[in-house]
Ligand binder design. Structure first.
Ligand code: TIU
Length: 222
């Protein structure tokens, strides 16, 4: 029997069993977070996402020390783009995915821009989920990995709050996982979407997630 933790969270504490909890770090890739990547190419200020790096680093350290399963995800496609739907490849006559960017072909597996930033690099043995979509469950083996470890709770970090984090948390919630989103470890290029995106998780009595913080997790695990 393991000890349950009452993690301080909104709208009320989230009860978690550390032996059945995984940390999921979503799409902390160079293409989204570093100057010159896909995110900046789309006109976004990557500085708004970079504030998540340090708190996420702290949570990673705490999760690894506590023996939690740590999972990383990356959004991207096969080099031949056969797993990239036409609807995603070209929007409004513009095409970015698969074209040459400053860090290699944009959102293509194996390219430097597609990989996770050095600060949050996966350790050997930590599963990395390569996903073609916004949600980490769609067309991946994430659910299989979580079920095999009897995981019940997901601590969620990553970018962007209203796109890949929201999609993944909604997918997880429908599959019966309890999600706790760490507010300083998720980021959006749009401050308004960050605010409203977080509010959506916890509304209506945690309709599909709790909202907590890196500090609360580090204290609770420590
Ligand atoms: N990881 C993720 O959120 N992918 C995106 O496409 N995000 C944007 O906000 N574009």
């Amino acid at each position: 029997m393991s000890d349950l933790i009452d993690l301080p969270a909104r709208p009320f504490p989230a009860v978690m069993d550390p032996t059945r909890t995984a940390l999921v770090v979503i799409d902390m890739q160079r293409d989204f977070l570093e100057p010159g990547g896909f995110g900046e190419l789309l006109g976004n200020d990557v500085g708004l996402l970079r504030t998540t790096i340090e708190p996420t680093r702290s949570v990673l350290d705490a999760a690894r020390a506590a023996g939690l399963l740590v999972i990383h995800t990356r959004e991207g496609h096969r080099p031949d783009l056969t797993d990239c739907p036409q609807s995603k490849l070209e929007r409004g006559g513009k095409r970015f995915i698969g074209t040459d960017g400053p860090m290699g072909r944009i959102l293509v597996r194996g390219e430097s821009g597609h990989d996770i930033i050095d600060e949050l690099a996966p350790l050997p043995g930590e599963p990395v989920i390569d996903k073609p979509g916004k949600g980490a469950f769609y067309a991946t083996d994430l659910e299989l990995i979580l079920r095999d470890r009897s995981i019940r709770t997901l601590l969620v970090c990553g970018v962007t709050t209203e796109v890949c984090v929201h999609t993944t948390v909604r997918e997880a919630n429908d599959r019966g996982f309890e999600c706790v989103v760490l507010e300083d470890c998720v980021g959006s290029y749009f401050p308004e979407f960050q605010r409203v995106g977080l509010a959506m998780f916890e509304a209506q009595g945690a309709i599909f997630a709790w909202v907590s913080s890196s500090t609360a997790v580090c204290r609770s695990l420590g």
